[in-house]
Design a protein around this ligand. Structure first.
Ligand code: PLA
Length: 423
């Protein structure tokens, strides 16, 4: 034993001629900065306070603050139990799941689906779909850039950075009005070089909760047509904006009506509550079936060296739910239930802050939609909320309304009033 440890020590510290010291491989590695969203959950978990509230990550909770597994998912799991073999899925994932998923984005009776013009693969949830697209963009349009709204989901920047696609930004949010800066957005669309790539949030924009109106989407689509831009839709919250997935796909449908060849990332993390199952879909509309076959084969080739093929369990759950009309109805009801609870909490949070006599306007809490409220609080105010009240949220002032409950809304309102009343 003693001999062995002495030997190990020698191996670790010996430097052979011409080689580097064995112990020094990673000596230049500095700790990575904390993730602005998932880092909040880490800090929340480490806080022993019984009062703590997590409104950081966008994860739906019931009114008791508990994570939710939808009834339709429970039923699908019952049907899976014991019937699932553990074989690999194809590189492009479950064909059933992909087929059902495309119907949600492109429409039940979409000609694009019938004509097999959509290249689509199962992806590792929305993040994986965005990442495969970013890699595809780099590979097949190597000199292109991506235009990203200000602000956006923080991970969009990481995804396109790691895919080595240069990033540009376009105006989106107007801090004073706490609404859409439509005029500047349109200017940026017009001023971008013809044929630019744009990342658009299909609905329930994260973090602002501000979406263009139907009329504005039509104008955006028209201008994209004039400029020959490519629209990549990230649809991570289908159903969370209006409570109805069909209505929430309106932006995409407008672009399709105008004949755009769009790209789309879909995720079941939020609307089916399948967060950790990592199930989603990447799709690209092509000119014809032949092109779609080629594009799909290339998407699969991007997946193969990265993770080979996607996980099977979540895909099966989605296929079962969407493939059974009764379970699908149940799902739609449950999505609406989640969206409605969040809308109720918006009203309650606003009323509670106003009741305390806040000198500020909190109208935007109820005007904004989807999972988040972009409160307008400063990073310093958020820091105070965390330090003094054990309330955890991202430093950009984003409140995950999905974490607000009848039990914590009053406490949250008081704390927000406390840190903002002198502003
Ligand atoms: N796109 C947008 C706009 C998102 O907000 C998120 C998740 C995703 C994609 C990816 O989700 P998925 O990979 O789990 O399908 N945003 C969360 C979580 C909910 C996160 O940051 O990962 C958020 O709190 O912003």
């Amino acid at each position: 034993m003693a001999i062995r440890s002495a030997l190990t020590k020698r191996i670790i510290t010996t430097t052979l001629p011409g080689s580097r010291s064995i112990s020094s491989w990673w000596k230049n590695v500095e700790p990575a900065p904390k993730d602005p969203i998932l880092g909040v959950t880490e800090a929340f978990l480490a806080d022993p306070s019984p009062d703590k509230v997590n409104v950081g990550v966008g994860a739906y909770r019931d009114d008791n603050g508990q994570p939710v597994v939808l009834d339709c998912v429970r039923e699908a799991e019952r049907r899976v139990a014991g019937n699932l073999n553990m074989e690999y899925l194809p590189m492009g994932g479950s064909n059933n799941m992909v087929e059902e998923t495309l119907k949600l984005a492109y429409g039940e009776d979409s000609d694009l689906i019938k004509d097999k013009r959509i290249a689509a693969i199962q992806a590792l949830s929305g993040t994986g779909a965005c990442r495969i697209f970013a890699d595809f963009q780099k590979r097949f349009s190597p000199d292109s850039q991506i235009y990203i709204p200000v602000p956006t989901w923080s991970n969009h920047h990481n995804i396109w950075r790691d895919a080595n696609v240069p990033q540009r930004t376009f105006h989106y949010y107007h801090p004073e009005s706490k609404g859409l800066d439509f005029a500047s957005l349109m200017d940026d669309v017009k001023n971008a070089p013809n044929g630019s790539f744009f990342l658009l949030h299909a609905c329930a924009h994260n973090p602002t909760g501000v979406d263009p109106t139907v009329e504005q989407w039509k104008e955006i689509s028209y201008q994209f047509k004039v400029k020959g831009h490519f629209a990549f839709f990230d649809m991570a919250y289908q159903g969370f904006a209006s409570g109805d997935p069909e209505r929430d796909a309106k932006s995409i449908r407008i672009f399709l009506e105008d004949g755009h060849l769009i790209g789309c990332s879909q995720s079941y993390a939020k609307n089916m509550g399948l967060y950790g199952q990592r199930v989603g879909c990447l799709s690209l509309v092509c000119e014809d079936e032949k092109q779609a076959v080629a594009v799909k084969s290339q998407l699969q080739q991007l997946a193969r060296p990265m993770y080979s093929n996607p996980p099977v369990h979540g895909a099966l759950i989605v296929s079962i739910i969407l493939g059974d009309p009764e379970l699908k109805q149940l799902w739609l009801k449950e999505v609406k239930g989640m969206a409605d609870r969040i809308i109720g909490m918006r009203t309650s949070l606003r009323e509670n802050i106003e009741k305390l006599g806040s000198p500020l306007s909190w109208e935007h809490i109820t005007k904004q939609i989807g999972m988040f409220c972009y409160s307008g609080m400063t990073p310093e105010q958020v820091d105070r909320l965390t330090k003094e009240f054990h309330i955890y949220m991202t430093r950009n002032g984003r409140i995950s309304m999905a974490g607000v409950t009848s039990g914590n809304v009053e406490y949250l309102a008081k704390a927000i009033h406390e840190v903002t009343k002198a502003a």
